[in-house]
Design a protein around this ligand. Sequence first.
Ligand code: SF4
Length: 264
Amino acid sequence: MVGTIFDIKHFAIHDGPGIRQTIFFKGCPLKCWWCHNPESQNPEPQQYFQTNRLDGQVFTKEKTVGYPISVPDLFQIIEKDRVFFEESAGGVTFSGGEPLMQFEFLEAIVQKCNSAGIHTAVDTSGFTSKKNIEKLSEMTRLFLYDVKIINSNEHKKYTGVPPGPIIENLLWLDKNNINVTLRFPVIPSITDTGENMSALKTLLSQLKSIHNLDILPFHSMSKAKYKRFNQPYKMGNTPPVSDDALWAMKQDFEALGFEVKIGG
Ligand code: SF4
């Protein structure tokens, strides 16, 4: 079984409990305007040119983002960090892109980690079939689950897909007491509008077993990547969200009974 990934981050501390290794899968069905990893969206490996300047000279090199890897080869890399997982109650997080887009590969590597006693988390947009969510919930220990925009037209406009399956899957996970940490990207004038915040709070107040939420503030550091991959950057000169606004939002969510972290 072979999958396509584009990066592996060692010693990650914001993608689940403890010290983690985060594996970034290539391919995502969404096209969020603010995506911090635009190179993750295309499921295939992509060529690009990297330009470096040295002593007034410009050097350009062709590079590829994304590569195929087998389950045993990936597991070998994961296992090398096992001591850090054990010391910190950490593990491995499958992210992307959307890891559920390569469902069979994801399933195979999660099962391999389970047999070796390594904790797994899956970072997902939730835009997948109910069957996939149900199957994965029997295997993985934690979902990091995005909630973005509740209004259907707005969600379609800013991500390219409707929110229906995402919300349905979330309600199913909640009903079945599956371990979920929600992740809310705060995107100025898109996800933090009064209308969206109010609709989001209504959804959150319906949840019975999910009580953790990470607030992920927008940043524009990925702007250069859009240029590199010839993708339009639609966020213009959107400024970062102020600390005051983030703290106010944190308090709002805490008032609904959530344990809230800023930054994941
Ligand atoms: S779901 Fe995540 S990876 Fe996919 S486009 Fe949106 S921000 Fe990017």
